[in-house]
Design a protein around this ligand. Structure first.
Ligand code: C2E
Ligand code: MG
Ligand code: MG
Ligand code: MG
Length: 280
């Protein structure tokens, strides 16, 4: 773009681009120490049955509270962690924290952990998970990993072999953000998924775009045909929930059932009656 607009324009943009790169480097530098400094934490968001609101488990989401910048969103720091390789160490910490936490719960609720492409394709990922399962004595069937299609694209053979090792441990694999990637359908055919998560963008447009409603219906039909459970992400309103119930969607997650929260705020769901009352 700079080239098209000529040399003068390029010089004009240069300082701004330099600032962006410096900003990124500074964040990468700080992220390197964030774990040791106790700046990373986990929040848990309920996943519930559409019909009853009964909580089935939680998705675990990483938070970074930077001493100067404050809360840095995952959309900013996860890509930095990926590109710098830091996600390997951070991801292992997440997995260990979550398994330790969930193993201590009275109710055998499920936990879903996001795993990035670099983690999945890293040497020894499955054995790291196996080690943590042994160490924490968490039943593998309670653990689900969520991966997006970008994790499958770079090296499909490597991804497949990693997923097969994970499946052999007895854990579940969910396809995250379904419908937003490339060639979703062949991925469902070629990789051993146990669950489909319909991307939030479709749920949020269900009452404004007829196309979104049609896509949600089609994905639910696909799940039925493949024998895979489908969970809807980003459910915010009771109208969206009603639509999903009518269309036969069994599970949902979203602000309607609860925002991601520290585990200390969720003890009534874990030790109590485990019903998330839709906030409507
Ligand atoms: P994701 O896995 O698709 O997670 C769902 C995102 O949607 C979360 O954003 C969650 O807070 C948000 N969300 C949930 N319900 C609603 C809703 O009703 N409305 C709206 N508007 N948003 C909702 P978050 O926490 O900002 O995370 C963003 C992404 O960062 C995640 O997308 C995931 O890809 C990545 N991420 C988060 N934690 C981790 C982690 O521990 N490891 C890795 N590798 N990636 C992570
Ligand atoms: Mg996810
Ligand atoms: Mg998602
Ligand atoms: Mg999403």
């Amino acid at each position: 773009r700079a080239k098209l607009e000529g040399k003068g324009t390029f010089r004009f943009f240069e300082p701004a681009m330099g600032a962006q790169i410096r900003e990124r480097r500074s964040m990468e530098h700080d992220l390197r120490n964030a774990l040791e400094n106790g700046e990373l934490s986990l929040v848990y968001q309920p996943q519930a049955r559409v019909e009853s609101g009964r909580v089935l488990g939680f998705e675990v989401l990483l938070r970074w509270n930077h001493p100067v910048r404050g809360a840095v969103p995952p959309s900013v720091f996860i890509p930095i962690a990926e590109e710098s390789g830091l996600i390997l160490k951070i991801g292992e910490w997440v997995m260990r924290q979550v398994c330790q936490e969930a193993a201590a719960w009275q109710r055998p609720l499920n936990i879903a952990v996001n795993v990035s492409p670099l983690q999945l394709s890293s040497e020894g990922f499955a054995s790291m998970v196996r080690h943590i399962l042994d160490e924490t004595r968490l039943s593998p069937e309670r653990l689900e990993i969520e991966i997006t299609e970008t994790a499958l694209i770079r090296d499909p053979n490597r991804a497949l072999s990693a997923l097969e090792k994970l499946k052999a441990l007895g854990i579940n694999i969910a396809m995250d953000d379904f419908g937003t990637g490339y060639s979703s359908l062949s991925n469902l055919q070629n990789f051993p998924f146990d669950k489909i998560k319909i991307d939030r963008s479709f749920i949020q447009a269900v009452h404004t775009k007829p196309q979104a409603a049609a896509i949600v219906r089609a994905v639910l039909g696909l799940g039925r045909g493949l024998g895979l459970p489908v969970i809807a992400e980003g459910v915010e309103t009771s109208e969206e929930l009603r639509f999903l119930g009518l269309e036969g969607c069994v599970e949902a997650q979203g602000y309607l059932f609860g925002r991601p929260a520290p585990i200390t705020e969720l003890t009534s769901l874990i030790f109590g009656n485990a019903v998330a009352h839709p906030q409507c």
